[in-house]
Each structure stands twice: as structure tokens, then as C-alpha cells.
Design a protein around this ligand. Structure first.
Ligand code: NAD
Length: 323
């Protein structure tokens, strides 16, 4: 099979690339980022890395006509962008997605769209079911721009589905593992990792009672591959996550224990980190029945085991190697 992965040089995209290449498929990635996370595949004859944007229409058209399936992962991701550069978030996640879907529609190629648990916003209907309501805050609170951008992407997917394009929407829940962002930046696990490695206190934002369900990347990738292969997934939204719920304060304690670090935990008010443009979500738990039934995937790596593997990987890279 020929697989095109937009955003393929990112965290999930690089693991998805490895998974398809391991199956014997051909993979082309389209990404504006450096090849850091896919460097180990550059000599693989089945792999091609095109360093360009999804907005480069001609290149995109050529790649989509080449492939059998499009995995659209390219996006501007990360809280620092939601509050720091909402324009880019909206532009890439909405207009970039529309461009990919348009071209795929003309070429009649299936699209697997990477959406997010953020789409549920601060819904209190735990666990989050794919058909459940979305509950968002004001448009003057920038943090909702990412959730909104991905929801618009989903609407575009279903609009094209109505016109005959096969689409699958995956909503990822806090995926983590080797090659997640650089230490000290990005998502909570890499921020904690950087602090652990430097032996400084782990900064928990707010009171730390907010919960998340972290998904080990191997489990997320098995589900992602299945989404492109299973006919039953077409036209559906599927949560991709684990239902092991942990508070951020317990996550910090667990990471300190596993790593054997002497770091402590410090609590900082949310406003001092993100200003007024941020509102946290208190609980986030997926219903993963569809992932089990439609994709045939059940999470297999418990949080403690996944964190051990992640911490070991970052240690092997060394603090400097990750900057
Ligand atoms: N990792 C998670 O926990 C998680 C959770 C929810 C949703 N997602 C979604 O999964 C996808 C992948 O996420 P990730 O964690 O790998 O993030 P990531 O930031 O590592 O990957 C996104 C990639 O998209 C690329 N990109 C940005 N703009 C582009 C453009 N104009 N053209 C081409 N490439 C562009 C970036 O360079 C980056 O490599 C994203 O769509 C994200 O919204 C991820």
C-alpha cells in the first residue's frame, strides 16, 4: 500500500511511518519540520520525505495522486501555540485540512483525519462518547481555538463524506512516548521530563487535581493503522485513548518515583503561566468501546510501563540531544 502522511515528521507521524514501513508499505511524508524524528528511515528505499507545506497545492496534488490512503496529521499543536499564535492554529488546522480534503476528494482517496479529545471541551459527560456534546468557552479565550479548529476539520470531513469521500476521524487522548516534543517544552510529560532530568521541582499548573488519560504511542499507532485498513471505520469518529485516568499531581509523583529523581512538586497558578487566555479542563476520559469494537484495538501498555519506556528513551538521548 502507498501511504501519504501529512505532518509525518512529527511525533505521531514518525511512529506511524515506522509502523507502515514495518508492514512493508511505501510511505511518503509531507512536513515543514526537520527530519529529526524520521532520520532513522532516510536510507529506506520505501520511504520518502518531502519537506513542504500542505498549502503547496501542486506538490500535495502529486502526492495524493500517488498514494492509496492519506493520513492527515499536519497541524499546529501545543498549548503554547493556542495562546501564543491562534492565527497559525486556525489557518493550518482549518484551511490546511480543507485543502487536503479537497485534493483527496478530487482524487477519490480515503482520508484519516487526526482530531483530538480537545473537541469535547469541558464537557462533564464522563466518559466522553464520540456522539456526545461539545462544551466550549468564549471565543475570546484563545485556548478554545485548537478545539474549534479540529471540530471544523471534522465538519469538513463529514461534509466531504456526504459527497462520497471515505473519511475516518480519530480523536486522540494525550498520546505520549519516545520522540514526543523536546524536553522542557510542549506537552506535560516532556515538561516534567526536562524538570526531572535537571533535578528541579516539577511545576504542576493549578491544584493538580485535573485528570487525563495518557495513551502510550504504540497503542495509539495500532489504532491509527487499523483505522486506515478497516472498512467499518469509514464515516465514523473513534476515540483513540486509554481509560486509565490519572491526576496531574499523581502523574508528577509517579514520574518522580519511576525516575528515582530527587525533584519535588511545586504548584503554580494557571494564570501566571498562560495568562487570561487559558481555561483548564478538569477531567478527560474517553469511552473506548468503538476503538475496541471497530478498530479491534485495546490499550496494552499501562501508564507506569509507558512512562518507564519514555523516561528511558529520553535518558538515552541525553538532555542536550533533545534540544
Ligand atoms: N499527540 C497527541 O496526544 C495528540 C492528541 C490529539 C490530537 N493529536 C493530533 O495528531 C496529529 C499529530 O500530532 P503530534 O502529537 O504528532 O504533533 P506534532 O506537532 O509532533 O506533529 C504535527 C506535525 O505537523 C507539521 N505541520 C505543521 N504545519 C504544517 C504544514 N503547513 N504543512 C505540513 N506539515 C505541517 C509539524 O511540522 C509537525 O511535524 C495532529 O493533527 C494533532 O492535532 C495529537
Amino acid at each position: 500500500m502507498r501511504v501519504l502522511i501529512t505532518g509525518g515528521a512529527g511525533f505521531l507521524g514518525s511512529h506511524l511511518t515506522d509502523a507502515f514501513l514495518a508492514r512493508g508499505d511505501e510511505v511518503t511524508i509531507l512536513d515543514v519540520a526537520s527530519d529529526l524524528k524520521v532520520r532513522h528511515q532516510l536510507q529506506n528505499a520505501q520511504f520518502r520525505y518531502v519537506r513542504d507545506s500542505v498549502f503547496s497545492r501542486e506538490i500535495l496534488e502529486g502526492l495524493i495522486s500517488w498514494c492509496d490512503v492519506v493520513y492527515h496529521l499536519a497541524a499546529v499543536v501545543g498549548v503554547e501555540h493556542y495562546v501564543g499564535d491562534p492565527y497559525q492554529v486556525l489557518n493550518v488546522n482549518v484551511n490546511g485540512t480543507q485543502t487536503v480534503l479537497n485534493v483527496a476528494f478530487k482524487a477519490r482517496k480515503k482520508v484519516i483525519f487526526s482530531s483530538t479529545s480537545e473537541v469535547y471541551g469541558r464537557s462533564l459527560s464522563i466518559p466522553f462518547k464520540e456522539d456526545g456534546d461539545r462544551v466550549l468557552g468564549s471565543t475570546q479565550i484563545d485556548r478554545w481555538c485548537y478545539s474549534t479548529s479540529k471540530a471544523v476539520g471534522e465538519h469538513f470531513c463529514f461534509a466531504f463524506y456526504k459527497l462520497g469521500l471515505p473519511v475516518v476521524v480519530l480523536r486522540y487522548f494525550n498520546v505520549y512516548g519516545p520522540r514526543l516534543d523536546h524536553m522542557d517544552v510542549g506537552r506535560v510529560i516532556t515538561i516534567f521530563l526536562g524538570q526531572l532530568m535537571r533535578g528541579v521541582p516539577l511545576t504542576v499548573i493549578g491544584d493538580g487535581r485535573q485528570t487525563r488519560c495518557f495513551t502510550y504511542v504504540e497503542d495509539a499507532i495500532r489504532a491509527t493503522v487499523a483505522a486506515g485498513l478497516k472498512e467499518e471505520a469509514v464515516g465514523r469518529i473513534v476515540n483513540v485513548g486509554s481509560d486509565e485516568e490519572v491526576s496531574i499531581k499523581d502523574l508528577a509523583a509517579m514520574m518522580i518515583r519511576i525516575s528515582g529523581s530527587r525533584s519535588s512538586v511545586t504548584f503554580v497558578p494557571q494564570q501566571s503561566v498562560y495568562g487570561d487566555s487559558y481555561e483548564d479542563i478538569s477531567r478527560r476520559v474517553p469511552d473506548i468501546q468503538r476503538m475496541r469494537e471497530i478498530l479491534g484495538v485495546t490499550p496494552q501498555v499501562p501508564l507506569e510501563e509507558g512512562l518507564k519506556r519514555t523516561i528511558e528513551w529520553f535518558r538515552r538521548q541525553g538532555v542536550e540531544g533533545n534540544r
